[in-house]
Design a protein. Structure first.
Ligand SMILES: [Zn+2]
Lengths: 131, 350
């Protein structure tokens, strides 16, 4: 379960895919950081991550954590976006056996989890096959 | 001053269920339903999709075509009868996700199947009044029919979004007209999971009376006839009603077909005629005139006349097209999966 406050704070990342690009050395952080671990810089610009990319690696979750049990088996992958940034995300709208390393995926806005039938719904990004 | 659509986009979920799959569970005759409703299959949302997620995708496609800064959008109106929250507007989340917050007006609309065209109507009117440069109207639904009910064969999911503005208009809105009466053909009371309808009463005094009156009065007010239009889009509770309405009004089949999505999409309620309009805008040529009439039980009908401009050709392929989403790569599911996706299976409470 994601706490409502944390979920709300992370809106720029979960809703709008905003990363922080170090003004000193250009390293991109997602989620953003306060200090760059490469050049110790503290100045960042907002960069919106690319909307598609390729599956670099993935795993299929069969024993899901609470809140995700109805979705099992489901895939979680590391996606190399077209701007070079790597991010982790769920890959949906496909059977796990249809997935392949190198396959193209694009981002879509989805429900990630909800705090039960009467609680807050948490939204964010997932990936779906491009075709 | 001319106002109209400056950006549009639709979203169709990938999952589908065929009429045969539903009919076999309830011992119904599939060919009778397919022929009676002129409907073969319908879209089904994934468990992680709802009105908010589909609205975000449709709005992003509209923004891509409009090519505007989302911060310039002054209002967002989402029309739906399946807003995920009973209390907390869908528009707040969609506005934040597309980067339009916080300087904007937001309200969720509800009027059975015509809530989407209402959002479009109010968005258009505010821009016309000069209150704001751009306003976003969305129609979206993930509607449910009660298991075994006739509505289960058609209740589907989808969304369409329209950004209204005054600059670089893709389709100028030339006329609008609305027709509204108190007609109890379809309703859902508070806390009820499924809607109820008055069976055969839903046809003549409801859908046809309102939609035909809306179309006729709109054409009379604007001095137009069916010959003045290249396309007409009518609300699609099934495949049959809009075709019959077209015939009565004197629109030949070829003016209806492009926006006639119901046979493979189903009834997307608030998304229905707006998605039909987006499918027409995908192929319309400069100078074409489009007549659109929604219908919402309760009852009312909103009518629009749009004239397509030169600017349309540049943006038609800029975002995923409606029929391309409908026709490419559907994932067919069985009734068990559908029941699980739509929360129709009673489980242990956690
Ligand atoms: Zn750095």
């Amino acid at each position: 379960m994601i706490g409502s406050a944390r979920s709300w704070r992370e809106k720029p990342q979960r809703y709008r895919y905003q990363a922080a690009r170090c003004s000193g050395c250009g390293k991109v952080f997602f989620p953003p950081r306060v200090v760059c671990d490469k050049c110790r810089g503290r100045s960042f610009e907002t960069q919106v991550l690319a909307g598609s990319g390729v599956i670099e690696t993935y795993t299929v979750i069969h024993i899901a954590p609470s809140g995700f049990t109805d979705e099992a088996p489901y895939a979680v992958g590391v996606i190399r976006l077209d701007d070079g940034v790597r991010i982790t995300g769920q890959i949906v709208d496909c059977k796990p056996e249809e997935l392949a390393v190198g396959a193209r995926v694009r981002r879509e806005f989805r429900k990630v989890t909800e705090d039960g039938p009467s609680g807050v719904i948490h939204y964010g990004y997932k990936f779906v096959p491009e075709s | 001053m001319e106002v109209g659509i400056v950006g549009y986009g639709a979203y169709v979920p990938r999952h589908r269920i065929k009429v045969e799959e539903i009919a076999k569970v309830w011992g119904a005759d599939a060919p009778t339903y397919k022929k009676g409703l002129m409907l073969r299959e319908k879209s089904v949302p994934s468990p992680d999709q709802d009105v908010i997620t589909m609205s975000v995708e449709a709005a992003r496609h509209a923004l891509t075509r409009a090519g505007i800064d989302p911060q310039r959008i002054g209002a967002i109106y989402i029309g739906s009868e399946s807003h995920p929250y009973a209390v907390k507007p869908s528009g707040t989340i969609v506005a934040d996700a597309i980067g339009a917050s916080p300087d904007l007006h937001c309200a969720d609309f509800e009027f059975a199947c015509k809530a989407g065209s209402e959002g479009m109507f109010v968005a258009l009117s505010l821009v016309k009044a000069g209150e704001m440069d751009y306003a976003l109207g969305i129609g979206a639904d993930t509607s449910q029919g009660a298991p075994g009910d006739a509505l289960e064969y058609s209740a589907a999911a989808g969304a369409a979004a329209f950004i209204m503005g005054r600059e670089k208009i893709l389709a100028v809105c030339e006329h609008t007209y609305s027709y509204t009466t108190d007609t109890p053909d379809f309703w859902r009371r508070e806390y009820q999971h499924y809607p109820r309808h008055a069976g055969r009463f839903t046809g003549e005094p409801a859908y046809f009376q309102h939609l035909l009156s809306c179309a006729r009065n709109l054409m009379e007010n604007s001095g137009t006839t069916p010959e003045d239009f290249q396309y007409a889009v009518f609300h699609q509770p099934n495949g049959k009603f809009p075709m019959r309405a077209a015939k009565i009004l004197g629109f030949p089949k070829e003016k209806i077909e492009q926006g006639w999505l119901a046979p493979t999409l189903g009834n997307t309620y608030s998304g229905s005629s707006p998605m039909g309009l987006s499918a027409v805008l995908d192929v319309a040529r400069p100078g074409d005139r489009i007549l659109m009439c929604s219908y919402g039980s309760g009852s009312g009908s909103d009518g629009f006349i749009f004239r397509v401009t030169e600017a349309i050709t540049e943006v038609q392929k800029a975002a995923p097209q409606t029929r391309e989403q409908l026709e490419n790569n559907p994932i067919y599911i069985d009734y068990g999966t559908y029941a699980k996706f739509r929360g129709k299976i009673r489980k242990l409470e956690a």
